[in-house]
Design a protein around this ligand. Sequence first.
Ligand SMILES: Cc1cc2nc3c(=O)[nH]c(=O)nc-3n(C[C@H](O)[C@H](O)[C@H](O)COP(=O)(O)O)c2cc1C
Length: 207
Amino acid sequence: MPLILETVVTTRSPDGSVHLVPFGLIQDGAEWVLAPFRPSPTILNLDASPVFAASSPRDVRVIAGAVTGRRDWRTVPCDVIPGVRLAESFGHAEFEVIAVEEDETRPRYRGRMVHTASHTPFIGYNRAQAAVLEAAILSTRLHMLDSDKILTEMRYHAIAISKTAGPAEREAWDWIEDKVAAALGRTDRVLANPDAAARDAALRRNP
Ligand SMILES: Cc1cc2nc3c(=O)[nH]c(=O)nc-3n(C[C@H](O)[C@H](O)[C@H](O)COP(=O)(O)O)c2cc1C
C-alpha cells in the first residue's frame, strides 16, 4: 500500500469560491494523487482549474468541521499557484495537476508538487488529534458501515480523547459525536462514559 497523507485540500470554483475539504494524498514516487469520489465539487473545480493546495492544520477542528458542515476556515493566497490555502497550518504544499485518470467512481488527479512552505514548528504527536482524524474519516463512511462497527471504533477513539485531548480536540470530537449519534438515531454520547468505553475496548482485546 502506498503512503497516504491526510491533508486539507483547497480548490477554487470558476466563480472564485473556495472549496475546502479533507483528502488523503496518495504518494506515487515524486507525485501525489488526489482521488475524490464522485460527485464532488473538488472534481468540478479541478477540471476548471487544475491546481490545488494541501495543508496540515494545527487545529483538528478544521478537519472535524469540514465533515460536519463547518467549512468557513480562513484561507490566504498561495505562493505559486493561482489558488488559496488554509491560513493556519503546520505547513502546506501547492500542486499542479499533470494528468487525470478518468473513472466513473473515483477519478485520480496526479499532482506535481511545485512549492512547499512551513508555517509553525511541529513539536509532537497528540493521540486525541489522531483519534479525531480517524473519527472524522469514519463519519464520512457511516452509510457504508454497520452501527456495531461504528460504535466499536468510536469507543476505541474515545479513550485517546478522554486521556489526551485539549479543548480544541474535545470540541472537534463533540462535532463528530453529534454527527454519528444523529446517523445512528442515538441520543447518548460515547464520551459521556469514557471509562465504560475503555473497559469495553479492553474486554474486546482480552475477552
Ligand atoms: C482525513 C480525511 C480524508 C479523506 N480523504 C478522502 C479522499 O481521499 N477521497 C474522498 O473522496 N473523500 C475523502 N474524505 C471525505 C471527504 O472529505 C468528504 O466526503 C468531502 O465532503 C468530499 O469532498 P467534496 O465536497 O469535494 O465532495 C476524507 C475525509 C477525511 C476526514
